[in-house]
Design a protein around this ligand. Structure first.
Ligand code: DAK
Length: 258
């Protein structure tokens, strides 16, 4: 596939998908989401890739779904041919670690796809919001659920009902982003984090991600049970033997993803 709305690059074992419709502030049109889904499918089966970065421009991670494309839809258009079900689901289902590097606006569907990633590192100019109510709709790809789980009921209600934006400082205080960095350091900082993740054993990183995600779906007791079984299963891997031996021998481990 030739990518026209995203830039898709690889640096060692890290891949970066950059949303690239600057004139429309990276509004998420169907073709762009299709390209993101295609790139992720490629990365899922690429054994050389251990971590993915999803990012946008300095001004906008993504200002939401493309309002101009969406405005005329009838119910059955959006029900039968739901582009977000088809394509954004690729981010939700992606099994390797994926980091959102957010600068500028992350609004509506933009905020929602950032929240689908495993964590968000934000530039100091980032602004998050779920302004759908101002268009007489509501968040539709997880905003009412993931935002509430991330920042709690009070702030989620405040943002979804007033449509106001949250700046990077507030987002970090509220737990929506893991860290804030100056805008001009964002891409390097996220690349460093991604390289650290990609240097670990991939199956172990994937299981760690799966365990944390499971905490949102289960009771505490079920989650702890699942975690324990995964932990025990790691002792079947060559990487566990290597990781612990390397510590004892005071050297760097060489993981084989086995
Ligand atoms: N869609 C289409 N075009 C957009 C856009 C968007 N979301 N956001 C910005 N643009 C376009 C503007 O129309 C403008 O285009 P031109 O007029 O130059 O042709 C260009 O980008 C620059 O925007 P502005 O001139 O407005 O730039 P400003 O710096 O003045 O303002 C802004 C930046 C981000 C505050 C403003 O652009 C803005 O408020 N944008 C809209 C934000 C928004 O409401 N986002 C939520 C969209 S609704 C679904 C589930 C979920 C969804 C959809 C379906 N299903 C389950 C099917 C999600 C819905 C949404 O995300």
């Amino acid at each position: 596939m030739t990518y026209e709305m995203i830039e898709f690059t690889r640096e060692g074992s890290v891949a970066k998908i950059r949303l690239n419709r600057p004139k429309a502030l990276n509004a998420l049109c169907n073709d762009m989401m299709k390209e993101v889904a295609h790139a992720l499918a490629e990365l899922e089966t690429d054994d050389n890739i251990g971590c993915v970065i999803l990012t946008g421009s300095d001004k906008a991670f993504a200002a939401g779904a493309d309002i101009k494309e969406m405005q005329d839809n009838a119910y059955l258009d959006i029900y039968k041919n739901d582009p977000f079900e088809a394509y954004a689901g690729a981010i939700e289902r992606f099994r390797k670690p994926i980091i959102a590097a957010v600068s500028g606006y992350a609004l509506g569907g933009g905020c929602e796809i950032a929240m689908m990633c495993d964590f968000i590192i934000a530039a100091d100019n980032a602004k998050f919001g779920q302004p759908e109510i101002t268009l007489a709709v509501m968040p539709g790809i997880g905003g009412t659920q993931r935002l509430t789980k991330a920042v709690g009921k009070a702030k989620a209600m405040d943002m979804c009902l007033t449509g106001r934006m949250m700046d990077a400082e507030e987002a970090e205080r509220a737990g929506l982003v893991s860290r804030i960095v100056p805008l001009d350091e964002l891409q390097d900082e996220v690349m460093d984090a991604a390289k650290k993740i990609a240097a670990q054993s991939l199956p172990i990183a994937m299981m760690t991600k799966e365990a944390i995600d499971t905490s949102f779906e289960t009771t505490l007791a079920q989650g702890i049970h699942f975690e324990r079984r995964l932990f025990q299963s790691m002792f079947t891997t060559e990487d566990q033997k290597e990781g612990m031996l390397a510590f004892i021998e005071k050297r760097k481990p060489h993981f084989k993803n086995k």
